[in-house]
Design a protein around this ligand. Structure first.
Ligand SMILES: [Zn+2]
Length: 161
């Protein structure tokens, strides 16, 4: 049973339709929307300019589905509008992934074999992960803020009273 089962709202649009509406209204008509398999696999790919929504979100009319789709559309808008923190985040994500996977291991190898440069490399990799997290948080909050503003402006959800 999907976790949105108890959602009190039944939205007029599916997640995909809401995202399309948001993107088009903001002039990001070149961004495509695709359904992808899996759960919570939703993401925006800035390289191919494609918004990928998980099947649950793509065709669902719950507030949760529309909220997730709008958040991801927010990332597409960040990209379209040249939001600089997102550019920094995208540049850091590769090293950060390596750092979170191998940073500690590299550090331990450096320590174990008394190889100072290797130990420092491990620390640098791990620091890249920390840096990514620090930059990522405001990017995520900004995407949600953009999403909220668009959902209200377009009348998809009512404004908070
Ligand atoms: Zn996000």
């Amino acid at each position: 049973m999907p976790f949105f089962y108890f959602d009190p709202y039944y939205m007029p649009l599916t997640g995909a339709a809401a995202a399309r509406h948001i993107l088009d209204s903001a002039g990001a008509t070149d961004v495509e929307i695709e359904a992808v398999p899996g759960h919570l696999t939703d993401h925006y790919d800035p390289r191919s300019k494609v918004l990928r929504l998980s099947q649950d979100v793509y065709g669902d009319r719950s507030l949760a589905a529309v909220g997730i789709a709008a958040h991801e559309a927010g990332h597409a808008l960040q990209d379209a509008q040249g939001y600089s923190l997102m550019t920094i985040r995208n540049a850091a994500v590769g090293v950060a992934n390596i750092g979170s996977g191998f940073g500690f291991l590299v550090f331990m190898i450096g320590l174990g074999f008394a190889l100072k440069p290797i130990a420092w490399l491990g620390i640098a990799l791990f620091a890249a992960t920390v840096f990514f997290q620090l930059v990522n948080l405001p990017v995520e909050l900004d995407a949600s803020n953009r999403a909220k503003a668009q959902l209200v402006d377009l009348g998809i959800v009512p404004a908070e009273s």
